[in-house]
Design a protein around this ligand. Structure first.
Ligand code: CNA
Length: 374
């Protein structure tokens, strides 16, 4: 209620007018700003607004007292890494980490797949990863697969930042929703990567279940005269589908094993480039202990990083006020940092605060250490 006091006041006055409480159905503050009483109402409204604002500030201050972070921003995260020395960092990523590599995400207006349905001949963008749709029309998926395939794309600075975490012995696991395999291309050990939605590393014939390797699908996807790959086994003309998890398919068994083993040990969660809407991946952010700091670098707030946590700065204050704020629906986390912007800018800024910028730049300049396709 306190989060938007003005609308509450206006709603109440309108309701009374509608019910004839005032005896004059036109007598609403909104419609008659010059009438006697409106200035009192304005004063009351602004008093309520200012009280709400004060309570929010007090809540922020209170939260600071119990926070594992000095400040709820990149400085706070950098300070936490330097002083608390987390060694089990989990990174969670989505399509936004790869848009700078030229791969469209789903939901960015203009460039995302959702905005470019005509090109992919889709009514619903999710159809592209839907098994029933794929069986009927596999063409849109393979059109996208050609654009996504690792040979044509390069890792972004955000990918290199995760490799730097691994190099420093701080990365516990990299959970990714992406199917572009850039996590492996950037050189992170495959044991450290949990590709929750599968990858192109292997493919399977939908009819006879014959397996095909990366080289086979690569050759096919690189051939501009071909679109849908068909099984080469005698008497089989089945469509060969890369082992990417589609919406109606089960996630890899490893995925659940990793969640159970990794998340209880996590001492810092870094989330990048995801709208956190695809389940069950999105809910992994809640698997870390409630004391563990969580950082989201994204162009927009997502999941639990929505709300008044952006650029949070807090100092000392009373717990009672905080409880009052929670009671009034004003929520603020004491361990979440939302850094609005591009993943690459965010990791470069964080690397600089950590004194890792030169090392990161060197890594980026050297390029990927491995080539998946060799
Ligand atoms: P999404 O729902 O499209 O969200 C992407 C998010 O990233 C949005 O919040 C954007 O605002 C944000 N974003 C985009 N570019 C940047 C950037 N440069 N820096 C910071 N933020 C940015 O995608 P999700 O990953 O959340 O959704 C999960 C789906 C998308 C998974 O099933 C994926 O398989 C699927 N997908 C993957 C790829 C890929 O492998 N690269 C590409 C397209 C879709």
């Amino acid at each position: 209620i306190m989060s938007d006091p003005k609308s509450v006041v206006n709603r109440k006055v309108t309701t009374e007018a509608e019910q004839g409480v005032s005896g004059d159905s036109d007598e609403t503050v909104k419609e008659n700003p010059g009438r006697p009483g409106s200035s009192k109402m304005d004063a009351f409204t602004s008093m309520v607004e200012s009280l709400g604002q004060t309570l929010k500030e007090v809540a922020s201050e209170s939260i600071r007292c119990s926070s594992p972070l000095k400040t709820l921003d990149l400085d706070g995260i950098a300070e936490y890494i330097k002083t608390k020395k987390p060694k089990n960092i989990i990174v969670m990523t989505g399509a936004g980490i790869s848009t700078a590599a030229g791969i469209p995400d789903f939901r960015t207006p203009g460039s995302g797949l959702y905005s470019n349905l005509a090109e992919y001949d889709l009514e619903d963008p999710q159809d592209i990863f839907c098994m029933d749709f794929f069986r009927e029309n596999p063409k849109p998926f393979f059109k996208l697969a050609k654009a996504l395939f690792p040979k044509n794309i390069k890792p972004t600075p955000a990918h290199y930042f995760v490799r730097l975490l691994e190099k420093k012995g701080l990365l516990l696991r990299w959970f990714t929703q992406n199917i572009d395999s850039l996590e492996l291309l950037v050189g992170v050990n495959k044991e450290k990567v949990m590709a929750a939605h599968g990858s192109h590393a292997s493919s399977t014939c939908l009819k006879c279940k014959k397996k095909y390797d990366l080289a086979w699908i690569t050759k096919h996807l690189e051939d501009p005269s071909k679109l849908v790959p068909y099984c080469e086994k005698a008497d089989c003309d089945g469509v060969v589908k890369p082992d990417i998890i589609f919406f109606s398919e089960a996630l890899p068994r490893d995925f659940f094993k990793r969640i159970v083993e990794d998340f209880p040990c996590c001492d810092l969660l870094i989330v990048m480039g995801t709208s956190l809407v695809v389940q069950p991946f999105a809910s992994l952010v809640d698997e870390v202990d409630s004391e563990i700091p969580r950082l989201l670098i994204n162009r927009e707030p997502a999941g639990p990083f929505r709300g008044p946590i952006e650029g949070g700065r807090t100092t000392r204050s009373s717990k009672k006020a905080l409880e009052a704020c929670y009671g009034l629906g004003i929520k603020q986390s004491n361990r979440d940092v939302f850094h609005r912007g591009d993943c690459d800018d965010g990791v470069l800024a964080l690397a600089e605060k950590l004194g890792w910028d030169e090392e990161l730049e060197q890594m980026i300049n050297q390029g990927p250490p491995t080539n998946l396709l060799l």
